[in-house]
Design a protein around this ligand. Structure first.
Ligand code: MN9
Length: 302
């Protein structure tokens, strides 16, 4: 099993202008922060990046701006999932053209069912045939292991998945599918539930992609290092420390709360996009206070 793609990956926020378009200047600042924290890769335009709330032009601008800003230093996976399969195909094609390391997509948003899911994923993966495709497995009543087995038969460039869920048995089964693949086939299962990062690492997940890494990537890189060094106790302690901050974010809405945290760190990502609720200045103060009480500064500094 190759470990080409691995480690701690923020699911990058897409900073917004007042009208919801992408603020590309703030995006560059955010990317610089991530590079300074030595993250292992970036996942663009996912749920956290509000990809489905962005116009296709903004999504392309985000990819081009990030690729320019990182200058080939770290890999990037682009979430191209859209209500329209054709739109997702066009975005996948664009992502490949721009030199990204992979594309990813949620399951069909509107017309579901297994066959529709296969058709959706086959079409998207075939639009970026030279780079790996990573289904974003989240929500829904799916048997994710069977789905991934089927995709391995149908999609030559399926390269793993982003699995966002608490089921460590299931994620391990999907990771273990990699054992039966030819040695030259890359297979990377990213865990997506930040609260469970260390447990997924213990189940052999080679990387994690998540929202809270926009603010505190450090603890997750450290958790992974602890696991690899066999220091599970320290890894668990870091997870619990990070989870205190994550809990505050979940309470207030993860994306709005992260915007408050980042603003306090000098990176203004603008308002959450509609239909999310805007955060009033009074509310911002309350949130910041709670974030600080949950150890924001120490976690950011790691
Ligand atoms: O996959 C994020 N999950 C969703 C990434 O957006 C559904 C996570 O990073 C969560 O925001 C995080 C907090 O619950 O684990």
């Amino acid at each position: 099993m190759s470990k080409t793609l691995h480690g701690a990956w923020p699911a990058l926020i897409t900073p917004a202008n007042a009208d919801g378009t992408a603020n590309l200047t703030a995006l560059r600042e955010l990317v610089d922060y991530m590079l300074s924290k030595k993250v292992d890769g970036l996942y663009l335009c996912g749920g956290t990046g509000e990809g489905l709330l962005l116009a296709p032009k903004d999504r392309r601008d985000v990819v081009e701006t990030v690729m320019d800003q990182i200058g080939n230093s770290i890999p990037v996976i682009v979430h191209v999932g859209s209500i329209s399969t054709r739109e997702a195909m066009a975005l996948a094609c664009h992502a490949q053209e721009k030199g990204t390391a992979g594309v990813s997509s949620v399951m069909p948003v509107y017309l579901g069912g297994l066959e529709a899911t296969y058709r959706h994923y086959e079409a998207i993966a075939a639009s970026a045939p030279d780079i790996p495709f990573f289904p974003y497995l989240f929500g829904g009543q799916i048997d994710a292991t069977s789905l991934m087995k089927e995709l391995l038969c149908r999609i030559p460039n399926v390269g793993g998945a982003k699995y966002t869920g608490p089921n460590m048995y299931e994620i391990a089964q999907i990771i273990d599918l990699g054992d039966d693949l030819p040695p030259d086939k890359n297979w990377t299962i990213f865990s997506g539930m930040d609260e469970q990062c260390i447990f997924a690492a213990m189940m052999n997940a080679p990387g994690n992609i998540g929202s809270t890494l926009n603010v505190m990537p450090g603890p997750y890189s450290k958790m992974r290092a602890c696991y690899e060094a066999g220091d599970i106790a320290q890894g668990l302690s870091l997870q619990r420390q990070a989870n205190r901050l994550t809990a505050v974010m979940i309470d207030h809405g993860v994306t709005p709360a992260m915007r408050v945290a980042l603003k306090s760190m000098g990176i203004d990502c603008g308002p959450p996009r509609l239909p999310q609720e805007p955060v009033s200045p009074e509310k911002e103060e309350i949130i910041l206070d709670e974030l600080q009480g949950a150890g924001l500064a120490a976690l950011v500094a790691m």
